[in-house]
Design a protein around this ligand. Structure first.
Ligand code: ATP
Length: 251
C-alpha cells in the first residue's frame, strides 16, 4: 500500500529525514518510534503533504504521493490525528465526528449546494455515519455532550472517531495515548485493534509509550536523527542495541 524510498527533508541546516525507506502492506499496524526530534512528525507531514520532500519518492496504492496536492490527501483515504487534540470544544462529540465524515464522499457539498432539502439529506447522511462510528468506538453515551469538559481519555477516542469517520484506508496516529492513564492506554489499544480488524484500515502509529507499541503493532520502525536505525517485529526492535542506545544513550 505504501512505499517510501530514500525520503530526505531538510530545514535549513537540519536534516529531519535522511534517506528513509520502508514499505507498509495493506492491513498492517506499524509503529514508528524514536527519540524526540527523530523525524517522526516530519514523516507524517510528508505523507499528508504538509511538508515538501527534498528528495525521495512515496508510492501510495500505485500513485506518486508527492505529486498529489495537499487538499486531495483526504480524498485518497489518508486520515491523521495530531499530538495536540484538534477538536472543536463547543461542538458536541457527534458534530465533531460529523466533520470527519464530511471529508469523504462529497467533499465541498455543503458549500456547493444551498438547496435546503439537499442540505438536510446530506446532514442526515453525515449524522448516520458519525453515529455508526461512535457506536463502534463505544462513544454513543457522550454523542450529545460538548467536547469541552470530557475526560482527556474520552477526547482521544473522539479524535480517533473523527479520523475513522473519514473512512480512511491509511490512518496515521500521532501519539494517540500520550497523557492517558495505564487503564485508558489498555482501553485505547483494545479499541484500535477492534477498529483495525472491523474496518480493515492500515495504521501507522507514532508513539513513545513502548508498552502500547509492543502490544498493538505488527512491526516497528525506529528513527534516530532522521535515519531508520531498526525495523522488524516489536520484540526484536525493542532488544536492538542501536534502539536502546538511541533512547538511553547506552548500548
Ligand atoms: P517528537 O517526538 O518530539 O515529536 P519527532 O520525531 O516527531 O519528535 P520532528 O518533529 O519530525 O521529530 O523533527 C525532526 C527535526 O526537524 C527536529 O530537529 C526538528 O527541530 C526539526 N524540524 C521539524 N519541523 C521543522 C520546521 N518546520 N522547521 C525547522 N525545523 C523543523
Amino acid at each position: 500500500m505504501l512505499e517510501v524510498h530514500d525520503l530526505t527533508v531538510r530545514f535549513g541546516g537540519i536534516t529531519a529525514l535522511d534517506g528513509v525507506g520502508f514499505r507498509v502492506e495493506r492491513g498492517e499496524m506499524v509503529g514508528l518510534i524514536g527519540p524526540n526530534g527523530a523525524g517522526k512528525t516530519t514523516l507524517f507531514n510528508c505523507l499528508t503533504r504538509r511538508c515538501a520532500a527534498g528528495a525521495g519518492r512515496i508510492g501510495y496504492s500505485g500513485r506518486d504521493l508527492l505529486a498529489v496536492p495537499p487538499h486531495a490527501i483526504a480524498g485518497l483515504g489518508i486520515a491523521r490525528t495530531f499530538q495536540n487534540l484538534g477538536l472543536f470544544p463547543r461542538m458536541s462529540v457527534r458534530e465533531n465526528v460529523m466533520v470527519g465524515a464530511h471529508h469523504h464522499g462529497r467533499a465541498g457539498f455543503l458549500t456547493a449546494s444551498l438547496r435546503l432539502p439537499a442540505v438536510r439529506r446530506e446532514e442526515a447522511r453525515l449524522r448516520a455515519e458519525a453515529d455508526e462510528v461512535l457506536r463502534r468506538l463505544e462513544l454513543t453515551g457522550v454523542a450529545d455532550h460538548p467536547a469541552a469538559g470530557l475526560p482527556f481519555g474520552t477526547l482521544k477516542r473522539v479524535e480517533l472517531a473523527r479520523a475513522m469517520a473519514a473512512r480512511p484506508a491509511l490512518l496515521l496516529l500521532d501519539e494517540p495515548v500520550n497523557g492517558l492513564s495505564s487503564a485508558e492506554v489498555g482501553e485505547f489499544a483494545d479499541t484500535l485493534r477492534a477498529v483495525r480488524d472491523d474496518l480493515e484500515v492500515t495504521v501507522i502509529v507514532v508513539e513513545h509509550h513502548m508498552g502500547f507499541v509492543m502490544g498493538v503493532c505488527d512491526r516497528v520502525i525506529c528513527l534516530d536523527f532522521g535515519r531508520k536505525i531498526a525495523e522488524g517485529p516489536p520484540e526484536e526492535v525493542q532488544r536492538d542495541p542501536a534502539v536502546i542506545e538511541a533512547y538511553l544513550g547506552t548500548p
